[in-house]
Design a protein around this ligand. Structure first.
Ligand SMILES: [Zn+2]
Length: 83
């Protein structure tokens, strides 16, 4: 398979998503309010912001989510010990 064929596949997949919308599934639940999503067709990764709107998962946001996850886990495990 050459690069051109790969490009065609990618663009046709992207076209599918453009026409029918992304087929998103929850890749990871960061906190009950923050989730990471992935499109099973074009592999696009998304997350949600404070307002619940879906935004592209950039490397920076991945880091933010990682930090959130650690904070949430710590808080959660502390409250478990306290109760
Ligand atoms: Zn997609």
């Amino acid at each position: 398979m050459n690069t051109l064929q790969l490009k065609e596949i990618f663009s046709s997949r992207h076209l599918l998503c453009t026409c029918f919308g992304h087929k998103l599934y929850v890749k990871r639940e960061v906190t009950p309010n923050f989730k990471e999503f992935k499109c099973s067709i074009c592999q696009l990764e998304l997350t949600n912001d404070e307002q619940g709107a879906k935004i592209e998962l950039t490397p920076h946001l991945k880091e933010v989510n990682e930090t959130l996850l650690q904070f949430y886990f710590k808080k959660h495990s502390h409250s478990l010990i306290a109760s």
